[in-house]
Design a protein around this ligand. Structure first.
Ligand code: SF4
Length: 151
């Protein structure tokens, strides 16, 4: 069946937010916890003391993050930026990683809602030849997860 003749039967589309038959079901109340914490946020509960406490910690809990997101944190933006900078440097140093995906074909049997290549989109499907792939990579200045160091 070509893309031109394929019609979409909405009743057969998969709900990707639900478990499908055969999938391992991960039993977790994480989402409920996150929503409950989010709903418990009250901006007026936080003072500069809470913000200072959060900034002094190595490991923050949800209440610390709330303090940093509250309006009480507004006078501490520079301190927050400096701490974020230190944490970033500790984990990543001066490196920036650039990922360059290679699109050598756009065929797909799946239906990921966000993706323009999903099988229900009526687009022209193609696969690059080896020669076209070489030209494409040269045109894209292919970086292959090259790491750059800030100078
Ligand atoms: S190409 Fe798009 S629709 Fe296909 S599996 Fe990847 S993300 Fe999902």
């Amino acid at each position: 069946m070509t893309e031109e003749t394929k019609t979409i039967d909405q009743s057969k589309l998969i709900d990707h937010m639900k478990y499908l038959p055969g999938m391992e079901v991960i039993d977790s109340d994480m989402l409920d916890q996150v929503v409950a914490i989010r709903n418990s946020f009250n901006n007026d509960d936080f003072t500069d003391k809470d913000v200072r406490l959060a900034l002094s910690k190595e490991h923050l809990d949800p209440r610390d993050f709330m303090a940093l997101l509250s309006t009480a944190a507004a006078p501490f933006l520079e301190e927050m930026a400096q701490k974020a900078h230190l944490v970033t440097r500790r984990h990543f140093g001066n490196n920036i990683t650039i990922l360059t995906p290679i699109y050598f074909a756009n065929y797909c049997d799946n239906y990921c809602i966000y993706c323009g290549f999903n099988s229900h989109n009526k687009i022209k499907r193609a696969r690059l030849t080896d020669e076209e792939l070489v030209v494409y990579m040269m045109q894209q200045n292919y970086t292959c997860n090259r790491r750059f160091t800030e100078v």
